[in-house]
Design a protein around this ligand. Structure first.
Ligand SMILES: *[C@@H]1O[C@H](CO)[C@@H](O)[C@H](O)[C@H]1NC(C)=O
Length: 506
C-alpha cells in the first residue's frame, strides 16, 4: 500500500526553491545561453560549440566550473564555450529537447551539412580544461587546403579573381586557429597551408621565417606579409583589409519594444566576437549600456534558498508555503517494497528507512530533501531512480537495519540499493539538508563512491518483469530538428596536433 507523507510543517519550512542564479558570473568567458537564443547563438552558428547543461545545485557542475572557465579562455576566438542553466524555468524546454538526463551534460554542437541543422554529439571526454580544449579544437571543421609545390599554380589559377591567404608552416597539422580563420573568411578568402619543405613556394614568396601568413590580393602575385603575433584577432584584422569576415551567427532580430534584450544579445555576441574581431561596432555600443543593465538585473536576483537546517522560529524571513508539497512514496508492505526495489532484477533505489517516531526532525528533513530533489528531476522530465520511504512498520525495515548494520530504529537512515548488481551505499552524513543529500545522490548517479555488497538474503527472486524496470529503461527524448551522433569515445583525430600553448600553435 502506498501512502503519501504529508509532513507539512517540515516541508514548508524547507520551501526549497530552485536557485535561479546560474553558476557563471556575468564577467565569465562562458557564454550563457537560454532557450530563446540557443538556436541563433549555437545551432545556427558557423562555429563549433561545447554546451554544458547544468543545474546550479549540482555538485559535479560546481566542480567542473573552474575547468570550464579555463577552457572558455583558451578557446576564445576558436570555439564557443557555452552553458545552459537547466534550473531556470525558461530553459527547461531546451534542456528537455536536448535529452538532458543528468547534470552536468556536455554536448559538442557544430555546423552540419545543412545550414541550421547542426551535428550534436555527447562530450564524454575528461572534465578538465586541457581535455575539453583539445577535443573541441579537434572538432573544428577544416576548410584549409594543404598545398604543395606541385598543386600551387593550379590553386592560384582557380582563385585568381579573389584574394587568398597562405600560411607557411614548419608543421603539417592545421591548427584550430587557422581552421577558424578559414571559417571566418569562408567564401571570401580561400586559405591554404604550405609546409616549409615545399621549397618552390617558399622561394617564390621569399619566406624566411616560420610560421608566416601572406595575403595575395585578387589578380596579384605580390605577397603582403603579416607581421603581428600569430593570434586569431590580429590575423582576422590582417585579412579584413580585403573582406569583412562572416558573422559568427545570424543577427538578433530584436523587437522594437525590447531594447534591453537587444543590448543583452549584442553583449553576449561580443564575448565571442571580441576574439574574432568581427562585431567591433556593436561591442562598443553595448559596453556603454551594459553597466546599467547589470545594476537592474542585480536588484531582481532571487535571494538564496533558506537553509534546511534553520528552524522556523530562527528564520528572520517569513516562510513561503509551496502550493503543492513534493512527497515521495512510502511503502509499508514488505512484498511491495521487494517488488519495487529489493529483488535480483531491481535497479538503483534510494530508501529512507524511517524511525518509529516519523515526526522526528531528521526524518522529516530527510524526506523533504529527497522529495525536493526528485521533484527537480521530474520537472526536467529527467529519469531519476525511485526514492522510497520505508516506515518502521514495514518488516523489511528491520532486516535492512540489521543486515546493512545501519543502526537503530530511533533515527532515519538513507541507503541506495541495487539488487541487480548487488550493491548498496550508505548515506554517512549526520544532517539531512537538501545540499548534503543532493551531493550523495549526485555521487550515486555518477557511480562515484564506495559500494558495499548487498546481502542476497534481502533480495527476493522474481520471475516477472517488475514495473520499475520499464521506467528505468525508458527511451531518451528524441530530438527532431538536429542530427545526433552518438560517440561514446572522442573520435580519433585526423592528424593529431601536439598540445602546445596557444601562441606557439601555428
Ligand atoms: C557562415 O558562413 C557562410 C559562408 O560559409 C556565410 O555566408 C555566413 O554569412 C556565415 N554566417 C552565418 C551566421 O551563417
Amino acid at each position: 500500500m502506498v501512502r503519501s507523507t504529508a509532513i507539512a510543517a517540515a516541508v514548508a519550512a524547507l520551501a526549497l526553491q530552485a536557485d535561479a542564479a546560474g553558476l557563471y558570473p556575468k564577467s565569465s568567458k562562458v557564454l550563457q545561453v537560454t532557450t530563446a537564443d540557443y538556436d541563433r547563438l549555437i545551432a545556427k552558428s558557423n562555429y563549433t560549440s561545447i554546451v554544458e547543461f547544468y543545474a546550479p545545485w549540482c555538485g559535479h557542475c560546481k566542480n567542473l566550473q573552474p575547468a570550464y572557465e579555463k577552457a572558455a579562455k583558451s578557446l576564445e576566438g576558436i570555439a564557443k564555450v557555452a552553458a545552459v542553466n537547466c534550473d531556470d524555468e525558461l530553459n527547461k524546454p531546451l534542456c528537455s529537447k536536448m535529452g538532458v538526463q543528468g547534470f552536468p551534460t556536455l554536448k559538442i554542437v557544430r555546423p552540419g551539412k545543412k545550414a541550421g541543422k547542426p551535428t550534436v554529439e555527447d562530450y564524454n571526454g575528461p572534465r578538465e580544461a586541457k581535455g575539453i580544449v583539445e577535443i573541441v579544437k579537434d572538432k573544428v571543421p577544416n576548410n584549409v587546403k594543404r598545398m604543395t609545390d606541385a598543386k600551387l599554380d593550379e590553386w592560384l589559377e582557380e582563385n585568381k579573381d579573389s584574394a587568398k591567404a597562405i600560411l607557411f608552416s614548419e608543421k603539417g597539422a592545421i591548427s584550430a586557429t587557422l581552421r577558424t580563420l578559414a571559417i571566418d573568411f569562408a567564401g571570401l578568402v580561400p586559405i591554404a597551408q604550405i609546409k616549409k619543405t615545399e621549397s618552390g613556394a617558399v622561394d617564390k614568396y621569399g619566406i624566411t621565417k616560420f610560421p608566416a601568413l601572406v595575403l595575395l590580393k585578387a589578380r596579384s602575385d605580390e605577397p603582403l606579409k603579416y607581421d603581428g603575433p600569430m593570434e586569431k584577432a590580429g590575423m582576422v584584422d590582417f585579412l579584413s583589409q580585403v573582406a569583412a569576415p562572416n558573422p559568427d551567427c545570424p543577427p538578433a532580430k530584436a523587437k522594437k519594444d525590447d531594447k534591453k534584450k537587444e543590448k543583452k544579445d549584442a553583449k553576449k555576441e561580443s564575448k565571442f566576437s571580441k576574439a574574432s574581431a568581427s562585431h567591433k561596432s556593436s561591442e562598443a555600443s553595448s559596453a556603454a549600456t551594459s553597466a546599467a543593465d547589470e545594476t537592474l538585473e542585480e536588484a531582481n536576483k532571487p535571494t538564496e534558498s533558506p537553509d534546511a537546517n534553520i528552524k522556523d522560529e530562527d528564520s528572520p524571513e517569513p516562510v513561503v508555503i509551496p502550493e503543492a508539497k513534493p512527497t515521495i512514496p512510502v511503502i509499508a508492505e514488505a512484498s511491495e517494497l521487494q517488488a519495487s526495489c529489493l529483488n535480483e532484477k531491481s535497479k538503483t533505489c534510494i530508501l529512507a528507512i524511517l524511525p518509529k517516531d516519523e515526526s522526528a526532525e531528521a526524518a522529516t528533513t530527510a524526506l523533504a530533501s529527497l522529495a525536493s530533489i526528485h521533484k527537480k528531476y521530474d520537472d526536467l522530465k529527467s529519469n531519476l531512480f525511485p526514492f522510497i520511504g520505508v516506515p518502521a512498520s514495514n518488516p523489511v525495515a528491520a532486516s535492512l537495519l540489521k543486515e546493512l548494520s545501519l543502526g537503530g530504529d530511533d533515527q532515519v537512515h538513507l541507503v541506495a540499493t541495487n539488487g541487480k548488481r548487488s550493491w548498496y551505499k550508505k548515506y554517512s552524513g549526520s544532517t539531512y539538508g537538501p545540499t548534503e543529500v543532493e551531493s550523495w545522490v549526485d555521487a550515486i548517479r555518477m557511480g562515484d563512491g564506495k559500494k558495499e555488497k548487498l546481502p542476497g538474503s534481502l533480495l527476493s527472486v522474481v520471475e516477472k518483469e517488475v514495473p520499475q524496470e520499464k521506467a528505468a529503461e525508458q527511451e531518451p527524448i528524441k530530438i527532431e530538428v538536429e542530427e545526433i551522433v552518438e560517440t561514446p569515445e572522442p573520435a580519433p583525430v585526423e592528424e593529431p596536433e601536439p598540445a602546445v600553448p596557444e601562441h606557439g600553435e601555428l
